[in-house]
Design a binder for this molecule. Structure first.
Ligand code: KIV
Length: 277
């Protein structure tokens, strides 16, 4: 399969073909997502919580993001790879935002970057795009600023809030964003935005009418058990299976059922060994 491009994704929207996107933060996961034919991989700052054990996405650094983007790029040559810009890497000044976006692409090797925020972020998006780095927007529930939003709550409820959200989407599109993540928004508001913009919308808790859907890999497969948002569909309980496997391994070791003869090496005869005692 040819590598997925931004124009190819925009064509999928135009033709009504739904787009799939998941996170990946390492080489083996990227290889699995590649095999499944998923169109977009997000190396999301959610890795702060799902693989680095942090309490939120806020502390993750540029260096940590780059460290995780690199193996994903190696493992998944086909999907479009989106590198998430961590909190603090794009808010201070447009110059810093441009420099950090370039770092993610140049050092990490991702195809495009993503940043959170609506109309306020449009000038930053414009500068990054002008520097030659494609940008994906992220509106609605924006986890980096969750305390300002009053917690992990559905956004865009009621006419006034829905209007603001629509304006966020239009301003980001105008600034040059090629696509939008819409997180935790009423289904009919995400539908309105999807119909009003020409760029692909990818929902996570945005309902059925977005141009595509994204889920966090660790949520989908039961590998993160701190909390599970309503919008997640779990496709397997790998965490439980892994714990059961580890418990069996421990019992096998205790009871000397592992290793078996087929797992061991030969190479010294008993006679030779006797001489060494
Ligand atoms: O970091 C992430 O995984 C994300 C998704 C929630 C879209 O931004």
């Amino acid at each position: 399969m040819a590598a997925v491009t931004i124009p190819a994704l925009q064509k999928m929207k135009a033709e009504g073909i739904k787009i799939s996107m998941t996170t990946a933060y390492d080489y083996p996961t990227a290889c699995l997502v590649e095999k499944a034919g998923i169109e977009i991989i997000l190396v999301g700052d959610s890795l702060a919580m799902t693989v680095l054990g942090m309490d939120s996405t806020v502390p993750v650094t540029m260096d940590e993001m780059i460290h995780h983007i690199k193996p994903v790029v190696k493992g998944a040559p086909t999907p479009l790879i989106v590198g998430d810009m961590p909190f603090g890497s794009y808010q201070v000044s447009p110059e810093e935002a441009v420099a950090n976006a370039i770092r993610l692409m140049k050092e990490g090797g991702c195809d495009t970057v993503k940043l959170e925020g609506g109309s306020d972020m449009a000038p930053i998006v414009k500068r990054i795009v002008k520097a030659g780095v494609p940008v994906m927007g992220h509106i609605g529930l924006t986890p980096q600023t969750v305390s300002m939003l009053g917690g992990f709550k559905v956004q865009g409820k009621g006419e006034a809030a829905a209007k603001v959200l629509l304006q966020d989407a239009l301003d980001l599109q105008e600034a040059g964003a090629w696509g939008l993540i819409i997180e935790a928004v009423p289904e009919n508001v995400a539908r309105l935005i999807t119909e009003k913009v020409t760029i692909p919308t990818i929902g996570i808790g945005g309902g059925r009418y977005c141009d595509g859907q994204v889920l966090v890999f660790h949520d989908m497969f039961g590998l993160f058990d701190k909390f599970l948002p309503k919008f997640v569909k779990q496709y397997a309980q790998l965490g439980e299976q892994i714990v059961a496997g580890l418990e069996t391994f421990k019992e096998d070791v205790r009871e000397t059922r592992f290793p078996e003869e087929k797992h061991v090496f030969g190479g010294v005869t008993e006679e030779e060994l006797k001489r060494l005692y």
